[in-house]
Unconditional design. Structure first.
Length: 325
């Protein structure tokens, strides 16, 4: 009987996922039984490594803010791709004595001291998206995201089945361990050659130029794996510009990516359901604050991977337009 609140919380989270995938807005899901009353006064800070205007992180933000509205708590969102500045944002949240912190850890070593400072100040931390291997060691309550290795292996399997033998893996953030894990996972299952191309996500025109040049100089490359939806669109343009027959796949969703899947320009997208990476941490922090519940039992809470293909792209398109996928 003592486990009843946890079960109810997990049922609430599962109900949310079911609604999201079934064509309803995730904001319409019923709140878990132990949600806080409106105006509870709690403040949770979400601090990610996502750059402003990144469509992926906009969906994470939407999820966090929807949960905040549902539970009657204040949610602040800030993102910075520079780990030093991200650490400073965590330190600021600690000094403001927030009730909980959600943080993505693309560069865990650089955030170790800042996250440790939050834990030492007895502020509960939930990590998301990147840094799952370091989350427990740093003292976080749990990690919410997907296994990048597993997702990469799944992508490699599908690309192999599509006939790809030499793959270009386009890495858009230097030092992001999750991106390296995606490329390594794809390499494990592809059974062919995987080459990495380092680009800058803030300069998409240059991304198109670099991918075009690579495809033109090495015509054995017959597959491209993007690790970000904006990079996927740039890579699609590069394939067009170069006249390459290379097949394209990507990680993560945007409305443009879903449309490209429908138009047979992208084979598939690996979907980690990033809306849940915003929504669930606020849910978990709220449960912890009000009922000392923890979720995951020391293991990550997985939000993916799933795959969006032409078979289910139409349904997902409606949700992507609403900002929940």
């Amino acid at each position: 009987m003592r486990r009843t609140p946890i079960v109810l919380a997990l049922l609430g989270a599962l109900a949310l996922t079911g609604c999201s995938s079934g064509g309803q807005s995730a904001q319409s899901a019923a709140p878990p039984a132990s949600s806080a009353p409106a105006g509870s006064g709690a403040t949770f800070a979400v601090i990610t490594h996502g750059a402003a205007g990144d469509s992926f992180w906009d969906v994470v933000k939407n999820g966090a803010e929807a949960a905040g509205s549902q539970y009657g708590v204040t949610v602040t969102y800030q993102g910075d791709g520079d780990p030093a500045r991200q650490s400073q944002l965590i330190d600021q949240a600690v000094s403001q004595q927030v009730d909980g912190i959600v943080v993505s850890m693309a560069n865990p070593d650089a955030l170790r001291e800042a996250v440790g400072g939050a834990v030492a100040a007895k502020i509960p931390v939930v990590t998301i998206n990147s840094g799952a291997d370091s989350s427990k060691a740093f003292g976080a309550l749990t990690h919410v995201g997907q296994s990048e290795d597993v997702a990469g292996r799944g992508a490699g399997e599908q690309l192999k089945a599509a006939g790809v033998t030499k793959l270009l893996c386009v890495v858009h953030e230097a030092g992001n361990i999750g991106l390296d894990q995606r490329c390594r996972g794809a390499e494990e299952t592809l059974g062919g050659t995987v080459e990495r191309l380092q680009v800058d996500v803030s300069n998409l025109a240059d991304v198109t130029s670099k991918v075009t040049a690579t495809l033109q100089s090495d015509q054995q490359v017959n597959g491209v794996l993007a690790l970000n939806p904006a990079i996927a669109v740039a890579a699609r343009d590069a394939i067009r510009d170069s006249g390459s027959p290379a097949k394209l796949a990507t990680f993560d969703l945007s409305a443009d990516v879903v449309t490209a899947i429908q138009d047979d320009e992208i084979l598939f997208a690996v979907d980690q359901q990033q809306y849940l990476q915003g929504y669930l941490p606020i849910t978990f922090l709220n449960l912890y604050k009000n009922n000392l519940n923890t979720v995951g039992g020391g293991l990550p809470v997985n939000t993916g991977p799933g795959f969006v293909t032409k078979d289910n792209a139409e349904q997902v398109a409606r949700l992507a337009e609403a900002g929940t996928r």
